[in-house]
Design a protein around this ligand. Structure first.
Ligand SMILES: [Zn+2]
Length: 273
């Protein structure tokens, strides 16, 4: 049961089962995108961006943080890890590929840094096979697609899956340049073998029929890839395919200064066929 406990314009707290949910806008002045952080049994899943440190630090201080599980390296998920590493005894887990990335200050375009704040270096450990807290067992699962270092966290007893940025929407029209259609499809097939129901998405919150929605996404991505490949084999250029499949501009393309684009998605299908 999700219950709103406290609300203001940019931060909202609620609960689902024993999971505390924090919804906070990535940028306090331009609340275009929110991120959901999940806290359960001493473990925090994703840290939020450093842009929101003033609101997040009191929250982190109010918890007995023992562990932090980072789903992938993007700044809105890892931006506060450096503060946590310096100010709490918590162990921080990342994909082993993320360890060298975490050791350096993030190099991102100015507009992105303006939006999410700077991610300072932090040291982290590679995920173990299982994370045992007092009451739960969490299994990290490698789930490339959104990024190469992406991890989902599975709790089999309750059927929970913390999906970072893997889900977000069942029908995406835009990709980042680093996103991979082939990896998404392979990952979604792999996750289908796990017995989960509830998805905890980092940008959409709790999705009760999570498995059904993830499979809807899988079907959509396979259908889209097949269409793109078919058109490409007919000799169509990527821009022509884009205009045919997704004629309308997508809000996120403008809001992200083109970092997310329809063309990235089309090109991923062509590149990987
Ligand atoms: Zn991301």
């Amino acid at each position: 049961m999700a219950v709103a406990i406290h609300n203001d314009k940019t931060i909202k707290k609620s609960k689902h089962d024993q999971v505390e949910i924090i919804k906070i806008s990535v940028n306090p002045y331009f609340p275009l995108i929110s991120i959901y952080l999940y806290y359960i049994d001493g473990m925090l899943i994703d840290t939020g961006p450093s842009k929101r440190r003033r609101r997040l630090i009191p929250l982190f201080r109010s918890w007995d943080l023992e562990r932090v599980a980072i789903t992938h390296y993007h700044e809105d998920h890892s931006g506060m890890a450096s503060w946590i590493a310096r100010n709490t005894p918590a162990e921080i887990f990342v994909h082993e590929k993320t360890i060298p990335i975490a050791e350096k200050t993030a190099q991102v375009p100015w507009y992105q840094e303006f939006f999410t704040g700077r991610r300072l270096p932090f040291s982290a450990k590679a995920y173990p096979n299982v994370i045992e807290t007092s009451n739960y067992r969490f299994y990290p699962i490698e789930t490339p697609g959104h990024t190469d270092d992406h991890i989902c966290i599975f709790e089999p007893y309750y059927g929970w899956l913390f999906t970072g940025d893997l889900y977000i929407t069942p029908c995406p029209k835009v990709f980042l340049e680093e996103e991979s259609m082939a990896a998404y499809i392979e990952t979604l097939h792999k996750l289908n073998r796990f017995d989960y129901q509830t998805v905890f998405c980092a940008h959409e919150g709790v999705i009760r029929n999570g498995k059904e929605m993830m499979n809807r996404k899988l079907e959509y991505l396979e259908r889209t890839r097949d269409e793109v490949v078919r058109m490409h084999r007919m000799g169509w250029k990527d821009r022509t395919i884009m205009k045919k499949l997704f004629p309308d501009k997508v809000k996120l393309e403008q809001r992200s200064f083109g970092t997310f684009s329809r063309l990235n998605m089309i090109r991923s299908c062509i590149r990987e066929q």
